[in-house]
Ligand binder design. Structure first.
Ligand code: SF4
Length: 228
């Protein structure tokens, strides 16, 4: 089976079990950038809370840039690593302002995807996942953000090599997954990683992707599930 056929089949099966993923409300690219920086190394619940606090306290991202780093750090405490993230936010805003003459990323829509990725990745604290999130969720560009769930599950499914680096996985999956399916595939695999293909004790016995999976220990976990 080709990778494209396999990816389409995976998505069909995931949609059958979890329902078609609900797309996020579309957001301005700057909002996606701030939200994604806040989400680094924490849960969506914690980072969503911090993002809401910033929105409630600042009328614009210009206002945030002008404010004191310590104060920002206090406001985003729920997101964790708040001193580091407060500095990252200010650095990113300040650099965007310097490059664009204002705080906004709309110019990126005119660039090639690789140019936009490089632009974003050259900002302090912006790695491949954050850059890909801004392009996918802020601009609707076909780029695959690879978080810990996507990395683990696609590896087990044999869509990326076992020894691949996460950085390279962004490029491989962005090329392999058909452009119009990237958004749904991203959300579907994350759901599967959270609910079934967990890092520890994956629930292989009830997994709809069992027949498509290349994970060596799937048989072991299937039997373990039967006993428990
Ligand atoms: S069979 Fe197990 S390892 Fe493979 S995708 Fe399903 S839950 Fe994950």
């Amino acid at each position: 089976m080709t990778d494209t056929k396999k990816i389409k089949k995976i998505l069909r099966l995931l949609n059958r079990v979890y329902g078609k993923p609900e797309r996020f409300k579309s957001e301005a690219p700057m909002d996606v950038l701030i939200r994604t920086i806040l989400s680094q190394n924490t849960s969506d619940t914690n980072s969503d809370k911090a993002f809401a606090v910033l929105k409630a306290n600042f009328k614009s991202w210009d206002a945030l840039l002008k404010s004191n780093t310590k104060m920002i750090s206090r406001l985003i405490r729920s997101a964790g690593l708040s001193n580091i993230k407060a500095k990252r936010l200010k650095d990113a805003l300040s650099e965007i302002r310097r490059r664009e003459g204002r705080i906004g990323l709309s110019r990126l829509k005119n660039f090639e995807i690789d140019v936009s990725l490089n632009y974003l990745r050259s900002l302090n604290g912006v790695g491949p996942k954050t850059a890909a999130c801004v392009l996918l969720f802020g601009f609707g560009m076909p780029v695959m953000p690879v978080d810990t769930h996507i990395f683990r599950v696609t590896k087990r499914l044999g869509l990326i090599e076992k020894d691949i680096k996460v950085e390279e996985a962004h490029n491989v999956l962005s090329r392999k997954v058909p452009a119009d399916l990237i958004y749904d595939f991203h959300l579907g695999i994350i759901e599967h990683g959270r609910r079934t293909c967990r890092a520890q004790n994956p629930r292989c016995g009830i997994c709809v992707l069992y027949g498509l999976c290349m994970f060596k220990k799937k048989e072991y976990y299937r039997k373990k599930g039967e006993k428990s």
